[in-house]
Design a protein around this ligand. Structure first.
Ligand SMILES: Cc1ncc(COP(=O)(O)O)c(C=O)c1O
Length: 384
């Protein structure tokens, strides 16, 4: 690949040269735990044991690095395994971290239930308000500023460039969870972030058939330390999971274009629906983060959330009434999903500063025929 190749070209070719031995166009699934050595220490291509490295995983990592414009990317067994390795590599007991006031519930749980006990404290900040984040950065030494944008599930937009600058002035490592946008819509390292986190389970994999995570890292020295930690703690993806993720990535751009188009139509329909109190979608001109999203994203993504005028019970009822939107956790696959964050993905933030409203519904808008999706939502909302 050359540095001038476009995103779609990199998604299909980066790290995926035809196999040197056979010419196989698709990288083989190296389903092996160990590799024959040519004499003690005589490794072929640097491979000795698949926790340390595996060629299928290498192909995925080279592709991810190209897509995030990073010198190096590392694949993990899940998004949370990637987050845990990152936080415990960058932070030490006694350190302080700033985390968003809206974020994936599992990320909050990791900080609140695991890392707090390990001695890493956190303060919750309104991530869409750069002045408030600056004030918190000035209030104490901060080792890490954790950004998620758009946020899960309220689709808040953080200004990555402004926060990266503020974080660096305060000496913090700036991390962006880029799961909702995917690298096709947003490349945080180009905006100044130090590390990008992905749940590759979502848009990168794209087909709801694999769980995985990744880090894209701007600093090679940090990437090297992360590699050591990952090998020491073992949260690696298997070769088949790496292969599935890589296969999903090939169509990321085409899928995201369609996700964005469908989601915009869904958001517009919901915004005018009498049963809906409020719609959260950064593509709507009324969204407070619309302008920032326009500046830092190619388009606005496939996630839409909305609040029901009639309250929590009505929201729960709608979640049980759809035909095409499948009731389930997760997001980013080709099929549309619906869920009730307060009782499902975000149950772990109940009672915390990240608690989400009970009347909230979250949609992962898939790439089906959009007219069918709109009909399905209208009938579930009670006018079908
Ligand atoms: C924004 C975001 N980050 C991280 C994760 C965690 O990823 P995983 O489920 O692959 O561990 C999720 C999962 O839903 C997520 O939505």
């Amino acid at each position: 690949m050359t540095s001038t190749d476009g995103f779609e070209t990199l998604a299909i070719h980066a790290g995926q040269e035809p196999d040197a031995l056979t010419g196989a166009v698709v990288p083989p699934i190296y389903q092996t735990s160990t590799f024959k050595q040519d004499g003690v220490g005589g490794l072929r291509g640097g491979y000795e044991y698949s926790r340390s490295a595996n060629p299928t995983r290498t192909a995925l990592e080279e592709c991810l690095a190209a897509l995030e414009d990073a010198p190096r990317a590392l694949a993990f067994a899940s998004g949370l395994a990637a987050e845990d390795a990152l936080i415990r590599t960058v932070c030490s007991p006694g350190d302080h971290v700033l985390i968003p006031d809206d974020a994936y519930g599992g990320t909050y749980r990791l900080f609140a239930q695991v890392l707090a006990g390990w001695g890493v404290a956190h303060t919750v900040v309104p991530i869409a308000d750069a002045a408030a984040v600056r004030a918190q950065l000035a209030a104490r030494p901060v080792a890490m500023l954790w950004i998620e944008t758009p946020t899960n599930p309220l689709l808040n937009i953080a200004d990555i460039r402004a926060l990266a600058q503020a974080g660096h002035e305060a000496g913090a490592t700036v991390v962006v969870d880029n799961t909702f946008a995917s690298p096709y819509l947003q490349q945080p390292l180009r905006l100044g972030a130090d590390v990008v986190v992905h749940s590759t389970t979502k848009y990168l994999g794209g087909h709801s058939d694999v769980v995985g995570g990744a880090l894209a890292v701007a600093d090679e020295e940090l990437a090297g330390r992360l590699d050591v930690i990952r090998n020491a703690t073992g949260g690696v993806p298997g070769p088949f999971d790496a292969w599935l993720t890589l296969r999903g990535i090939k169509t990321l751009a085409a899928r995201m274009d369609r996700h964005c188009r469908n989601a915009m139509r869904v958001a517009q329909m919901l915004a005018e629906h009498p049963a809906v109190a409020e719609v959260f979608y950064p593509g709507l001109a009324s969204h407070p983060g619309h302008k920032t999203a326009q500046e830092q994203m190619r388009s606005f993504g496939g996630m839409v959330s909305f609040r029901m005028l009639a309250g929590t019970d009505a929201a729960v009822r709608v979640c049980g009434r759809t035909r095409l939107f499948t009731l389930g956790e997760s997001l980013g696959g080709v099929e549309s999903l619906i869920e009730h964050p307060a009782r499902m993905t975000h149950a772990s933030v109940t009672g915390s500063e990240l608690e989400v409203p009970g009347d909230l519904i979250r949609l992962s808008v898939g790439i089906e025929d959009c007219d069918d999706l709109l009909d399905d939502l209208r009938q579930a909302l009670g006018d079908g």
